[in-house]
Design a protein around this ligand. Structure first.
Ligand SMILES: Nc1ncnc2c1ncn2[C@@H]1O[C@H](COP(=O)(O)OP(=O)(O)O)[C@@H](O)[C@H]1O
Ligand SMILES: [Mg+2]
Length: 258
């Protein structure tokens, strides 16, 4: 039985999209069958990474009940040369679609949760994916909560920014505690000098394990090379020996043991 991993955060710009894409690509490279879904309907991003995927239907359509999930998914395995199956489902980036998704009411969101839960059965059981990765919207909105509720594992990405740490603390204490979900914190964009030695690393973990009510699953350094690449390609796919790629490989192992 496969696993759904939701990548979430309190604030925007923490690295959810970057980590979702590279995590999915790492799994696929290692021979796992992966499906990556863009559930950030307010700021769709995956269409910019998977430019050649020109879907007939979007995830918006699936949640609206217009089509089934197989119509939304595009097979990008060959293009990315992965040994496992690599599929993506995109969110509609058109302005009109973003506005429409932002205006959905509670009743629609309840139905959308039903659709997400049945997606779980079809994608994991019938299509035999090992992992489904959800890239989500930041914050406490309904659609993010739906994504977290339907996932098996939730990873909350946070930077070292004071407002992000405070917001993440409150969000995880007040919201995640209710879900009783397997949840870990991913501290991202951490300056490399903070992690320069084993001792420094231990100090860092100790300090932030006291700050956060959830376990810190991993700490990912800030890499100028990643920033420089500008998200134009899948970094871990091109730079297989880069420390960022290595840290994602470690992350997949940590999720496995989690
Ligand atoms: N570990 C990292 N090192 C360097 N740049 C990063 C790292 N994580 C994220 N970024 C950069 O930060 C920016 C925001 O990341 P993004 O994934 O779009 O965030 P989100 O999806 O949470 O809004 C992007 O330019 C991304 O390349
Ligand atoms: Mg994003």
């Amino acid at each position: 039985m496969g696993k759904i991993i939701a990548i979430h955060s309190y604030k925007g710009g923490t690295g959810k999209t970057l980590l979702s894409v590279n995590l999915a690509a790492t799994y696929a490279r290692k021979g796992k069958n992966v499906c990556l879904l863009d559930l950030d309907f307010r700021a769709p991003s995956l269409h910019a990474v998977f430019k050649t995927s020109n879907p007939e239907y979007w995830l918006n359509d699936y949640l609206n009940g217009v089509c089934e999930i197989d119509k939304v998914l595009t097979d990008v395995t060959e293009e990315h040369g992965t040994s496992g199956k690599f599929f993506v489902g995109l969110a509609n980036p058109a302005t009109e679609a973003i506005r429409e998704m932002s205006a959905k009411d509670r009743k629609w969101e309840m139905r959308a949760l039903g659709r997400l839960l049945s997606l779980k059965t079809s994608v994991l059981n019938d299509m035999h994916f090992d992992y489904v990765v959800f890239d989500t919207s930041p914050g406490l909105q309904y659609s993010s909560i739906n994504a977290i509720v339907s996932a098996d594992v939730a990873l909350v990405v946070t930077s070292l920014d004071a407002s992000d740490i405070k917001g993440t603390q409150r969000m995880t204490r007040e919201l995640y505690d209710l879900f009783e979900k397997k949840t870990g914190i991913l501290m991202n964009k951490v300056l490399a000098n903070i992690l320069s030695s084993k001792k420094e690393k231990e100090k860092f973990y100790k300090r932030f394990n006291e700050v956060h009510s959830l376990p810190i699953l991993d700490v990912i350094p800030c890499f100028c090379d990643v920033l420089r690449a500008g998200g134009a390609y899948i970094f871990s796919e091109e730079k297989t020996e880069h420390p960022f790629t290595k840290s994602l490989e470690k992350l997949t192992a940590k999720i496995e043991r989690f």
